[in-house]
Design a protein around this ligand. Structure first.
Ligand code: SF4
Length: 684
């Protein structure tokens, strides 16, 4: 029996970008129960993570004191049963002095990785510290592994990287396209809005090489070949252009580049692309007609589109599809890249990216940079900084010598982990600020114990551009401290005289340099709980796009093959992702008792016929090898998977899927191709 709740605090779920509003029921300083509130994005619903994944802050491995690596202790992954072997406890003064001393280097030798799980205020202060304290733009976060390619294509095409309409708008859509996303597992409450819309008559198209639970709601379920998104989408565009199904008025009034796009897609006839993408030409034609003739249509996409060597091209094709059919800026229509982390939208808006200052102001544009130089009182670096994977390359090459990592776990989330872990271990100085001794923290020189979600107050921006208040519900354990306090203490030791009294003061400063926050005050956020940006508009671009001429730009897409394909040595394609019960690298959910019991072990999911051919039964052990590494895990048959395709979640430290993944980058967005790696399977 649970103790009787004594306090109720209105806050948010700490996991995905849906941003469900939650009431925490607190007794004796601990959350004992959660309850969905009537938020815009959840209407009282919660998924299994929001309902049961609240106990991780009290896990026995929670960091409660600063740690400093013992002299001579090797930098290596540690035994999870005794992860503290190589560290000793330190006072805050000693740890902060040590951390700051190692960060006093030439700007080009320094970098920072902030967090999409922190608040907007933490993201803003973190990037400001890197830009003014480190004096470099080498600052990034997990958006680089997430929707960097979507944002690149959206900024290029429509002048804005955020969604044009919220998930809930599917209720007004005649057609819904879900491509490269598995909302039932990764955005479960969003999936419930989609299912409800289908029950009320909307037609659903699901495009996913793996197959998924939403397939049974779908008019068309397209299990196309992994990495052939552009072949499929350009073939759909071909049909719409050839059959003149596009919205000629919308195109004439609001779009440029139609002629070039129309000419480009002539080479992608459905009959030509069918053998490439594995979808029959007649099905491609039917989907094209359904989408183009709908009065309203929404496209929602995820990492299956973005995490490719041609992720920007994939998104360009999707944007073109919506634009030529006029499915943007209208009720029930829009482009919606489903954001993964609960604050990846806000962290990006706040400038936690190497080429842009807050509000997507490019560091290289003098006039825009000058505004921040005036506001922050110092000259800023005009050169775009290193992205996540580039940081690891620079570290291995010896150019990057020290890093400050707040709340991210690149030693689990980066591609080709042997490479990434060697890069982190080879640094002269690694400062990690986190709530657990993550795989990244195990490689640190100094570890700063920080605040968990339910221990802090701050604003968070969900996938719908809705800024919402997360409120502290429980006290910090031991001598752990607020992330904002830690960032400021480091800043002071690096010569910055920062004395923000709390998140409200940081947010007030943000509103002075970020026009997108116009009209929003901390008091309003506290009072209203959530406010949609910009200017309260749920559906954007009903009259003009935020481009120089007010028109959207169509950009033809060409990349139709993944960087790595199967051969005799590596005959399977591995695609990675998440599972319903676990979140990203597992640092939180694997320390949540209920969630870890529901999904306790790493699994390699394989088509049953492939598994039979290997002579392995369900639960038997498999070894999976790529050109970069190997893991071993239990075999799990899944009849939805086509033969030759393998899936593995990347949350299990004991079998880290990213040991195998391909670090090849999309040339525009610098996002790695985490979704397609050639592998082989061996029975153990
Ligand atoms: Fe939390 Fe996302 Fe589940 Fe909502 S859908 S409860 S935000 S994990």
């Amino acid at each position: 029996p649970q103790p009787e709740a004594t306090t109720q605090i209105d806050s948010l779920c700490p996991y995905c970008g849906v941003g469900c509003q939650v009431t925490y029921h607190v007794a004796d300083g601990a959350i004992v129960r959660t309850e969905g509130r009537d938020g815009l994005a959840n209407e009282q619903r919660l998924c299994v993570k929001g309902r049961f994944g609240f106990d991780y802050p009290r896990h026995r491995h929670r960091l409660t004191m600063p740690l400093i690596r013992k002299p001579g202790a090797p930098k290596e992954p540690l035994d999870p049963a005794d992860p503290f072997t190589h560290f000793r406890e330190a006072s805050w003064d000693e740890a902060l002095d040590f951390a700051a001393a190692g960060l006093k280097r030439p700007p080009s030798a320094l970098a920072g990785l902030g967090s999409a799980k922190g608040s907007n205020e933490e993201a803003y202060l973190f990037q400001k510290l890197v830009r003014t304290g480190f004096q470099t733009n080498n600052v990034d976060h997990c958006t680089r592994l997430c929707h960097a390619s979507s944002v690149t294509a959206l900024l290029e095409g429509i002048g804005s990287g955020a969604v044009t309409a919220p998930v809930a708008e599917v209720a007004n859509a005649e057609v819904i396209v879900v491509i490269g996303a598995n909302p039932t597992a990764n955005h479960p409450v969003a999936a419930s809005f989609i299912k409800n819309a289908v029950r009320k008559g909307a037609k659903l198209v699901v495009a996913d090489p793996r197959g998924q639970a939403l397939d049974r709601f779908a008019e068309h379920s397209l299990r196309f070949r992994s990495g052939t998104d552009v072949a499929l989408l350009n073939a759909i565009l071909h049909v719409i252009v050839c059959e003149k199904l596009y919205d000629a008025d919308f195109v004439a009034a609001r779009v440029t580049g139609f002629e070039a796009l129309a000419e480009h897609v002539m080479a992608y006839a459905p009959e030509v692309m069918a053998p490439v993408c594995g979808i029959e030409a007649d099905t491609i034609r039917a989907v094209a007609r359904l989408f183009a003739t709908a009065r309203s249509a929404m496209i929602l996409w995820g990492m299956g589109i973005s995490q490719h060597a041609h992720g920007t091209d994939n998104s360009r094709a999707l944007i073109a599809l919506a634009l030529i059919c006029g499915h943007v800026g209208r009720k029930g229509s829009g482009l919606h890249p489903l954001r993964g982390q609960n604050n990846v939208q806000g962290a990006s808006d706040a400038g936690l990216i190497p080429m842009m200052l807050p509000d997507y102001q490019r560091v290289g544009e003098e006039g825009r940079r000058a505004r921040f130089e005036a506001a922050w009182g110092m000259d800023l670096d005009p050169t775009p900084g290193l992205t996540v994977v580039e940081m690891m390359d620079a570290a291995l090459a010896g150019r990057l010598r020290a890093m400050y990592v707040m709340g991210e776990n690149p030693a689990m989330s980066d591609p080709d982990l042997s490479h990434a872990r060697a890069a982190l271990a080879g640094l002269d100085h690694l400062v990690v600020q986190d709530i657990f001794l993550t795989e990244t923290a195990m490689l640190a020189d100094v570890v700063l114990p920080a605040s968990a979600f339910a221990e802090k107050t701050g604003s968070f921006t969900n996938t719908d551009r809705h800024i919402q208040m997360g409120r502290a519900a429980v006290p910090l354990p031991g001598d752990a401290r607020q992330d904002l306090w830690i960032i400021q203490e480091l800043a002071r030791r690096l010569g910055l005289d920062w004395r923000y009294s709390g998140p409200a003061e940081v947010f007030a400063e943000m509103t002075t340099v970020m026009p997108s926050l116009g009209g929003i005050t901390w008091e309003r956020l506290e009072r209203e709980g959530g406010i949609t940006t910009p200017q309260g508009k749920a559906i954007l671009f009903d009259d003009a796009f935020p481009t120089q001429d007010g028109k959207a730009r169509l950009v033809p897409a060409s990349g139709i093959a993944p960087a790595e394909t199967v051969d005799g040595d590596y005959p399977f394609i591995l695609t990675t992702g998440r599972v319903l019960e676990h979140w990203h690298t597992g640092s939180m959910t694997r320390r949540s008792e209920v969630l870890d019991q529901l999904r306790p072990q790493a699994e390699i999911t394989v088509n049953p016929d492939d598994l039979a051919a290997l002579g392995v039964a369900e639960g038997g052990r498999l070894r999976m090898e790529s050109r970069r590494g190997a893991v071993e895990a239990a075999a799990k048959p899944d009849p939805r998977l086509p033969r030759g395709l393998v899936f593995m979640a990347f949350c299990y430290g004991e079998a880290a899927a990213n040991m195998l993944t391909n670090p090849v980058l999309d040339p525009m967005a610098k996002i790695p191709e985490l979704k397609v790696s050639a592998v082989r399977l061996l029975a153990l």
